[in-house]
Design a protein around this ligand. Structure first.
Ligand SMILES: Cc1cc2nc3c(=O)[nH]c(=O)nc-3n(C[C@H](O)[C@H](O)[C@H](O)COP(=O)(O)OP(=O)(O)OC[C@H]3O[C@@H](n4cnc5c(N)ncnc54)[C@H](O)[C@@H]3O)c2cc1C
Length: 500
């Protein structure tokens, strides 16, 4: 048996995707398996946004073995318990999409089914009262979960906000210490084998040349290898997710750092607010068919908590993904592989997923098409599932005040989402299909939050008597409120544990 294993890996790009990939491969493969080189160009720079995450990032951090406090301190980060959605279902209405579950499931039936039964008869308050994340967010509180039996304090689920530039630097240090070689320079040419089309090397402006067995394209929207050289093709999802631009601007921060991302629906899109220790990240995601850049700029600047710290800048994109994320000996990860707008902070998770799936289908130099096809199928499915969840936010709205919202309310949606909507509208049921990223609680949070109203409630929610249901929900609500009150203020938690 000959040793056919991959001996050299070239990662093209040093944004979040490039450095996450470099860190993970260096950690998992070790120093001796393959030589890992990362090429990046300071002159081109990175996209410079991407600062809110979901709890799965904790798995990535644990895999690298990095200290969480160190990570938050170095990236001037903060903690995130979920997303507050303002004006989405209707102007003037706000809801919270929390990480973690509502209440506790009872007799094998989901908590939210019982809640639905009471809420429809006006016998229970709004669902947020049963979420430790939502309640702590309301109070501006944060702590990590503790081992406290059935208490909601055992169930705190969280993610982070961080400075994207500092995150890349943090990971760069990690990766270089683990043996990754960084090469500065602009790639001007991609060399492919005459017959197979496999990538053999990339050439740099300064005359340098990097050869490798495996190439990972983390070059951002450019898709320098996957599209520029290998012509993968692109699946355009603009008809479902019409936003095609974002205008981003940081502003000075406020003392009370809120432990959540805020998303406020605007005339032709929505505005994000991501609080960090040293500033607040803001941006307006919009569709240029429905609004001018000037109008976006005006709205954005009129809705900041503090002084703008830079000129607003526009980032253009087309929602969708590469037809094939892995072609021949090149795997695209990050923006090079596709992009859906940041409404639920899923892009960094997609990077993580790409890395994990690359590792579990890791090739040798024969690049067996079976592994490649499987990788492409799994990543495409995962992307489609996230797309459906994002589309729901736009589709399920009562807003009729602008042409943008009229378009969204009336647009056709993918079949799978149409089915989910029909099932919910009938009985308030939600399901997580297979291994999709968003679970039934998330689907429930957004469907309910966007003011969708089921015709009736899940019949199995009658397993408990009405009195028993009311009594148990009341106990849970009290436990959630008491627990949230017990937690320290978010800013105090940061000051004591991970101040920059
Ligand atoms: C408006 C907006 C908001 C977002 N918000 C979030 C969010 O809140 N949460 C989230 O999870 N994700 C978010 N994302 C996505 C997130 O920003 C990206 O997934 C993440 O930053 C990864 O980007 P990247 O590394 O793929 O690309 P980039 O950051 O663009 O990096 C590309 C790299 O390739 C290099 N490169 C390119 N061409 C060449 C060349 N010819 N030669 C040498 N080097 C080259 C560049 O120098 C750079 O180092 C957002 C994206 C956008 C557009």
């Amino acid at each position: 048996m000959t040793d056919n294993r991959i001996r050299s890996i070239a990662i093209v790009g040093g944004g979040t995707a490039g450095w996450m990939t470099a860190s993970a491969l260096a950690k998992v493969l070790g120093r001796d398996y393959a030589k890992i080189t990362l090429v990046e160009s300071d002159a081109i720079g990175t996209v410079g946004v991407g600062e809110a995450t979901i709890p799965q990032i904790n798995i990535f951090n644990r895999m690298l073995g990095i200290s969480e406090n160190d990570f938050v301190r170095r990236t001037k980060g903060s903690f995130k318990l979920g997303i507050q959605f303002v004006d989405w279902g209707r102007k003037g209405h706000t809801y919270f999409h929390p990480f973690g579950k509502y209440g506790v499931d009872m007799e094998g039936v989901s908590f939210h089914a019982y809640w639905q039964r009471l809420y429809q008869d006006g016998l229970a308050p709004w669902i947020d009262e049963y979420s430790i994340q939502a309640k702590a967010a309301e109070f501006g509180k944060f702590m990590r979960p503790i081992d406290a039996g059935n208490s909601p304090l055992s169930q705190i689920s969280y993610a982070f906000h961080f400075d994207a530039g500092l995150y890349a630097l943090f990971l760069r240090e990690y990766a270089e210490a683990a043996g990754v070689t960084r090469r500065e320079g602009k790639i001007t040419r991609v060399l492919q084998h005459g017959e197979s089309g496999f990538i053999e090397a990339v050439e740099l402006e300064d005359g340098g040349r990097i050869e490798a067995d495996l190439f990972i394209d983390c070059s951002g929207f450019h898709g320098l290898l996957i599209e520029g050289a290998l012509k993968s093709g692109y699946v355009d999802w603009s008809k479902y997710l019409p936003a095609n631009r974002a205008m981003a601007v940081p502003c000075s921060g406020v003392e009370d750092i809120t432990p959540y991302t805020r998303s406020t629906a605007r005339d032709a899109g929505w505005q994000w607010r991501i609080p960090l220790q040293h500033r607040i990240g803001n941006g307006y995601v919009y569709c240029s068919d429905f609004i001018s850049d000037e109008a976006v700029r005006e709205t954005l600047l009129a809705n900041l908590d503090g002084e703008p710290l830079a000129e607003p800048r526009i980032i253009k994109f087309t929602t969708g993904h590469r037809k094939r994320h892995w072609v021949k000996n090149c795997v695209a990860i990050g923006l090079a592989s596709g992009f859906m707008e940041p409404l639920e902070s899923t892009s960094i998770w997609m990077i993580q997923s790409g890395i994990a799936r690359l590792l579990s289908n890791f090739p040798d130099r024969s690049f067996n098409p079976v592994d490649i096809d499987r990788y492409n199928r799994v990543i495409t499915t995962e992307t489609e599932e996230i797309r459906d969840f994002l589309v729901l936010h736009y589709k399920a709205t009562e807003r009729t005040d602008t042409p943008f919202w009229d378009y969204c309310r009336n647009m056709e949606v993918p079949d799978r989402l149409a089915e989910k909507i029909a099932v919910f509208e009938n009985s308030g049921r939600c399901f997580r299909e297979n291994e999709e990223l968003f679970n039934d609680t998330s689907w429930f949070a957004v469907m309910t939050g966007q003011l969708m109203k089921p015709r009736t409630f899940d019949p199995v929610a009658q397993l408990l008597s009405l009195e028993e249901t009311q009594s148990r929900l009341h106990q849970i609500q009290t436990a959630v409120t008491n627990s949230a009150e017990y937690m320290p203020k978010h800013r105090d938690f940061i000051r004591e544990n991970c101040a920059a």
